[in-house]
Design a protein around this ligand. Structure first.
Ligand SMILES: *[C@@H]1O[C@H](CO)[C@@H](O)[C@H](O)[C@H]1NC(C)=O
Ligand SMILES: *[C@@H]1O[C@H](CO)[C@@H](O)[C@H](O)[C@H]1NC(C)=O
Ligand SMILES: *[C@@H]1O[C@H](CO)[C@@H](O)[C@H](O)[C@H]1NC(C)=O
Ligand SMILES: *[C@@H]1O[C@H](CO)[C@@H](O)[C@H](O)[C@H]1NC(C)=O
Length: 436
């Protein structure tokens, strides 16, 4: 008789050591203080969503890229104002969110690890009985004394996209990446760090298809109706900042700081631009890009902000690798290759077309926004294989099958920087900071 692999002593041993590894690391005992939450990369040692078996470097890069592909299609559908469900790439996308924070919902509080998403407004969590949700620990409304359904006639029900009314409770369906999600609109106390937010309106997910929905839910940091910012005006005054840790630094967490208190004073800003058609996205004015000391030649139309078409540049926490529209990427890539010199480009890796298998000296890349230059050191622009034998420029052109007009400054390029979203003053600040 064959013994199933999961009953073998070796498997049990591995399983126990994994579980202990997670609880023994003191950094994983997340105690959030004040209005500051620790931010973890999903691949970090402290994340329950980290891959169960170690992935090779190539596998993890390809997986992150596949996820980005779906996200780009999704963001493009957002800016185009179409509500299409993008076709998921053939490769299975198992990791959806990149960064997570701990939130508590209900009374007594139930802990959930929510994905951060600056390009979405609403918060939603899987609820008991959800069909297709991938968590074994959904939110249990029945166990909370402060839980309420939101009625059909309420203001909140009118703020969700395409509300439907079954009986008297308000519900809505939406797409997220390659997933479709059906949720009821509910309220309960949300506790972030030590701040309780009573009667917070969010989606209680009843049914989902596809694999893009983060396992324990999402915290939208966009600035539209029903967003965290809109619901905590008095408490946080539409101001927050984060420092995103690199996924290589497994023992480091970053932070999400809510509210104007304790934000950095010495930080440079660029104006935030408002696109009335896509009110949740954080557009900025990218005017040029420098590779080394040379400003690359880019047709100005490729960077121009256009609220009608959705064209322009956004900061996004959910895309991993920066995507530039084709003429912009080509100009940056060509100058990068020229600066690195005539070394043999041995390979392409997934969507990266500038990879070397010899050591290189890479130029800094500077994004020049109105009033703010952000110079990225090679740590933010290069991805190295674990063995150190392959190095790629970690940016790409928008995928071919997306008619994209959007440049996305993604999270790898934001890592180890504090990014401050100051909505009342319509500005976004960036400063170098090592996330700890
Ligand atoms: C991370 O922390 C754990 C437990 O404190 C330690 O055993 C491990 O060596 C650390 N890893 C790194 C890469 O620092
Ligand atoms: C929303 O999704 C649910 C569950 O899949 C479905 O029964 C319902 O008809 C959908 N409503 C709309 C308006 O599409
Ligand atoms: C990159 O920028 C840093 C400062 O941000 C500077 O110290 C370093 O010399 C620059 N590297 C190159 C190759 O220009
Ligand atoms: C950004 O860099 C450009 C070119 O190096 C320079 O002319 C400009 O003054 C800088 N802007 C700021 C705000 O530092």
């Amino acid at each position: 008789m064959k013994i199933p692999i999961f009953l073998t002593p070796l498997f049990l041993c591995l399983f126990i050591s994994l579980v202990q590894g997670q609880t023994q690391n003191p950094k994983c005992d997340i105690q959030d203080h004040g209005s500051t939450l620790k931010v973890f990369h999903v691949f970090s040692q402290c994340s329950p969503f980290k891959p169960s078996k170690p992935m090779s470097w190539e596998e993890s890069v390809l997986q992150l890229q596949a996820k980005d592909q779906t996200r780009m299609q999704y963001l493009s559908s957002l800016v185009a104002g179409r509500s299409v469900v993008p076709v998921a790439s053939a490769r299975q996308i198992i990791q959806s969110p990149t960064y997570i924070v701990k939130a508590k919902i209900g009374t007594p509080p139930q802990t959930l690890l929510l994905a951060l998403d600056t390009s979405n407004d609403a918060a939603w969590v899987p609820c008991t009985g959800c069909l297709g949700c991938s968590t074994s620990k959904p939110f249990a409304p029945a166990k909370s004394t402060t839980f309420k359904n939101v009625g059909c006639g309420s203001t909140q029900c009118r703020q969700v996209p395409n509300p439907t009314c079954g009986g008297s409770a308000c519900a809505f369906n939406f797409t997220y990446g390659s997933s479709t999600i059906a949720a009821s609109v509910v309220q309960d106390t949300l506790t972030l760090a030590t701040d309780p937010i009573p009667s917070y309106t969010f989606g209680c997910v009843q049914k989902t298809t596809g694999s893009s929905a983060p396992p324990q839910g999402l915290l939208g940091l966009g600035r539209g109706p029903l967003s965290l910012l809109a619901q905590t005006q008095n408490l946080y005054q539409s101001t927050f900042s984060y420092c995103l840790p690199s996924f290589k630094s497994v023992n480091f967490s970053g932070s999400l700081r809510l509210g104007p208190v304790a934000q950095p004073k010495r930080i440079r800003f660029t104006p935030l631009l408002r696109n009335p058609r896509r009110s949740s996205l954080y557009y900025v004015n990218l005017v040029a890009i420098k590779v080394g000391r040379r400003i690359v030649d880019i047709p100005p139309t490729a960077l121009a902000f256009n609220p009608t078409t959705g064209a322009g540049t956004i900061f996004d926490s959910g895309t991993v690798f920066t995507r530039l529209v084709e003429p912009v990427y080509t100009a940056v890539r060509n100058e990068f290759r020229r600066r690195v010199g005539p070394k043999l480009i041995v390979t392409t890796l997934g969507g990266f077309d500038t990879c070397y298998n010899v050591p290189i000296v890479a130029p800094n890349i500077t994004f020049m926004f109105s009033g703010l230059n952000v110079t990225l050191p090679p740590d933010n622009t290069l991805i190295h294989s674990t063995a150190g034998s392959t190095t790629c420029l970690a940016m790409a052109a928008a995928p071919d099958n997306v008619n994209s007009v959007l440049n996305v400054i993604a999270n790898m390029q934001q890592q180890n920087h504090r990014v401050l979203f100051d909505v009342p003053n319509s500005r976004l600040g960036v400063a170098r900071e090592v996330c700890t």
